[in-house]
Design a protein around this ligand. Structure first.
Ligand code: HEC
Length: 189
């Protein structure tokens, strides 16, 4: 709540600044332009006094709207980040892993060389199946029910789950497998 009030005040300050800049730069249509140095001189004097000609109510309303606009953007942004934090917590509770670490581990393990993985840059492999919509998949590797435990076991040791599988053991420890599982459940649905 305190954050929001601060956002609102910051928004109003930004708005006030924008309004002052706008006023100072507004050209005046009613006076004909004199030539040369006189014109430059007149322009400088005009821009200096123009701020005073603006009715203060207009300025006040502009500041108010700028503040409200910034507060609205901040509200939407904050509720978005609350949602994503909730999602992180949910996949952490399922897998015991940290989805935010999972992506880097998958890139260094080379998952994308064999799998198409939406959301993982450069992951367009065709050796294994696409991992799109993985949370909706019924089985892991076609043999074990798609539960967090089976997925974590699979990532660490695929032949341990399905002896004839072509997916190799990639030498990932338990924590890395949990982080990857968290990422797959969070990012591929
Ligand atoms: C050398 C190629 C290769 C690499 C590298 C590889 N996989 Fe696989 N993966 C496969 C193949 C092939 C299958 C299909 C296995 C099967 O069905 O027996 C598979 C299956 C899977 C499945 C089960 C998919 C399903 O629909 O049931 C998951 C999940 C998976 N891989 C995740 C990963 C992750 C995560 C990585 C990186 C840590 C990775 N794979 C790296 C080849 C690979």
């Amino acid at each position: 709540m305190r954050r929001r009030v601060l956002d609102l005040l910051a928004g109003m300050l930004c708005g006030a600044f924008a309004v002052v800049v706008l006023i100072a730069r507004r050209p005046r249509a009613d006076s004909p332009e004199p030539d040369g140095l006189k014109a430059a001189d007149a322009a400088i004097r005009r821009s200096a006094v123009m701020g005073l000609r603006r009715p203060w109510t207009e300025t006040f309303v502009a500041i108010l709207f700028a503040g409200l606009a910034i507060a609205a953007v901040s509200f939407v942004w904050q509720s978005g980040s609350t949602d994503s934090r909730r999602m992180d917590d949910a996949v952490a509770a399922l897998t015991g892993g940290d989805a935010n670490r999972g992506q880097a581990i998958m890139r260094s393990a080379g998952c994308g060389g064999c799998h198409e993985i939406p959301g993982l840059p450069g992951a367009h492999g065709r050796v294994g199946p696409s991992l799109a919509h993985f949370p909706q998949r019924t089985f892991v590797g076609g043999v074990a029910p798609n539960t967090p435990d089976n997925l974590i076991r699979w990532i660490q040791n695929p032949p341990g789950v399905s002896p004839n599988t072509a997916m190799p053991v990639l030498g990932l420890d338990d924590r890395a497998a949990r982080d990857i599982a968290a990422w797959l459940y969070r990012n591929t649905s």
